[in-house]
Design a protein. Structure first.
Length: 192
């Protein structure tokens, strides 16, 4: 069996049916992407199953986990509670589950915003979260098709989707998203 068999039961206690099913779907999609791009299947499964581990924990508890983890939120993060679960999740899997693999920790932490210089595992989890079974946003089929051709092409599409959505809502955009987008675009353009 891939990953730690206890992780499914651990997350099951922390989330409702929808979020649990989503987490299982992301883990399954992460495995498919890891196989396609020669990544580590076990680490992809583990990061995928754990990526939303604190998503349904109350916001004040998420903030406490972040603070206890020694992380100071920047101004954008303070105003964007939707980003907190990724940060608190990365702390939680270290402190509560004893995970020390920095690549898994970073894959959980940056699965929402992405960032510059992402590892293969980070790209897989970021993309799997967008393309997993059960996702039904406008453009998901394009995203899935792109993910089978190139993680970077899929990520550019997802960054464009997110940046357009946030700017149309006049919401702040976290610098990690902009740096992640620029990193992929600049590195792809340098290779073309």
């Amino acid at each position: 069996m891939m990953g730690n068999p206890d992780y499914k039961s651990i997350i099951r206690e922390l989330m409702g049916d929808y979020r649990y099913e989503h987490s299982v779907n992301v883990a399954d999609e992460a495995v498919k992407l890891a196989e396609l791009y020669s990544g580590d299947v076990d680490r992809a499964y583990t990061a995928g199953i754990l990526h939303d581990i604190t998503k349904e924990i109350p916001k004040d508890r998420q903030l406490q986990i972040i603070t206890d983890g020694g992380i100071i939120l920047d101004d954008v993060q303070k105003q964007a509670p939707k980003l907190w679960h990724a940060i608190s999740g990365s702390v939680y899997i270290q402190t509560e589950l004893g995970i020390t693999d920095s690549d898994i920790i970073n894959a959980v932490r940056y699965h929402t915003t992405g960032r510059a210089k992402m590892s293969l595992l980070e790209k897989i989890i970021y993309t799997a979260d967008y393309t997993a079974k059960g996702r039904d946003y406008n453009g998901v089929e394009v995203m899935r098709e792109l993910s089978r051709r190139s993680l970077e092409d899929a990520m550019i599409f997802s960054y464009q989707f997110t940046l357009n959505k946030l700017s149309s809502l006049k919401s702040a955009i976290h610098p990690d998203e902009i740096f992640g987008y620029n990193d992929i675009v600049l590195n792809r353009n340098g290779k073309e």
